[in-house]
Design a binder for this molecule. Structure first.
Ligand SMILES: [Zn+2]
Length: 67
């Protein structure tokens, strides 16, 4: 039988690797939560919304030069 049992690992904070605390899931502290939030916001706002809502029929954010 090849019954693969999942390894029960203690969930760790993805910021510092310490054991997760219920109150700050999925982090170990408010500090790590803030660190992740800052990271996340920075990443999100760095990515331009290319094809999320391009079904708007209003003025395009950039006008094609050939029109
Ligand atoms: Zn942490």
């Amino acid at each position: 039988m090849t019954n693969i049992t999942p390894i029960q690992r203690e969930p760790l904070c993805s910021i510092c690797g310490r054991p997760m605390v219920d109150a700050f899931k999925p982090f170990c502290s408010a500090h790590c939560s803030n660190v992740d939030l800052a990271r996340w916001l920075g990443g999100v706002y760095a990515i331009p919304a290319a094809s999320a809502d391009d079904d708007e029929d209003g003025d395009p954010p950039f006008a094609p030069p050939d029109r």
